[in-house]
Design a binder for this molecule. Structure first.
Ligand SMILES: [Zn+2]
Ligand SMILES: [Zn+2]
Length: 273
């Protein structure tokens, strides 16, 4: 009954107005609807162009004030609308300081920590893969994910591990546990030690799997004591809110997980799967 990773038209690549996203989530019976607009300071700071242009930024003031108003509106309707943000991790150019300042200004209810860019390129675009082997392209991405876990801002959720595969030029795009077992162990143990939440993300068109990360990664997380999981559709319009949640829930139960964790202003609440 939760979807904690969604984008409205406030995000540069979102399509549906926030009011419509919230109405749709409520119609679908969600008890927890997390809005996580993009805050990607990494693109401009590192000079990463998307289709030849600088990526526009989410209208911070516009988003937070509209979302807080909707949050109040839906409180009485039985849906907790969580006002959050997805921060694109970047260790350089003062990005982390800017995320800290944003957090201080807006006090989001939850923060998603994501890796979209590695050393000046977006792993979603073909240029990232040029002159790299699969091992190097995926390994560099995963090293960056590891680095992102030490981000100085108080993030809650570690998003879409395996994002690098969404548009990768390989027949088998899924980043698997067996590709980098030692590095995955380091990442998963760190998530457990820090008490963070590992996201199960159902935006996987083109990867040939119902969700990210790979089932092998989730099984190992469980083995290492990881119990905190969130579900996110990564919907960028109303049609995909909560997409794939039943399938993900069934798979998680089969792996032994019993609950999802809802981060809400620094407090974590468990809801049964
Ligand atoms: Zn993302
Ligand atoms: Zn997203």
């Amino acid at each position: 009954m939760s979807d904690l990773h969604t984008h409205s038209a406030f995000s540069p690549d979102g399509a549906s107005p926030l009011e419509e996203m919230a109405a749709r989530a409520h119609e679908q019976g969600l008890k927890y609807f997390g809005v996580s607009e993009h805050f990607d300071f990494d693109y401009a700071a590192c000079g990463i162009l998307i289709h030849g242009e600088i990526m526009p930024l989410t209208d911070e003031e516009g988003y937070f004030s509209a979302a807080r108003a909707l949050q109040r509106e839906y409180e009485s309707k039985g849906m907790r609308l969580l006002v959050g943000g997805e921060y694109g991790f970047c260790p350089d150019k003062g990005c982390c300081e800017r995320y800290l300042a944003l957090t201080e200004r807006q006090k989001p209810d939850f923060i998603i920590n994501s890796v979209h860019t590695v050393d000046g390129a977006d792993c979603y675009f073909p240029e990232y893969f040029e002159n790299k082997s699969r091992e190097q392209a995926y390994g560099d991405y995963l090293e960056r994910v590891r680095e992102s876990l030490d981000a100085p801002y108080p993030y809650d959720i570690v998003a879409h591990i395996g994002y690098v595969g969404r548009k990768a030029p390989y027949p088998d795009r899924m980043l698997r546990y067996d590709d980098f077992p030692a590095l995955f162990d380091d990442i998963l143990k760190t998530i457990v030690e820090k008490g963070k939440i590992l996201e199960v993300n159902s935006s996987t068109r083109g990867i040939g799997a119902p969700f990210l990360p790979d089932t092998g990664v989730l099984a190992r997380y469980f083995e290492l004591g990881g119990r905190r999981l969130s579900f996110g559709s990564d919907a960028h319009d109303i049609s995909r809110i909560a997409e794939g949640r039943e399938r993900a829930a069934a798979a998680l139960k089969a792996l032994g997980f019993a609950a999802l964790t809802i981060p809400d202003c620094g407090e974590y609440r468990e809801i049964l799967l």
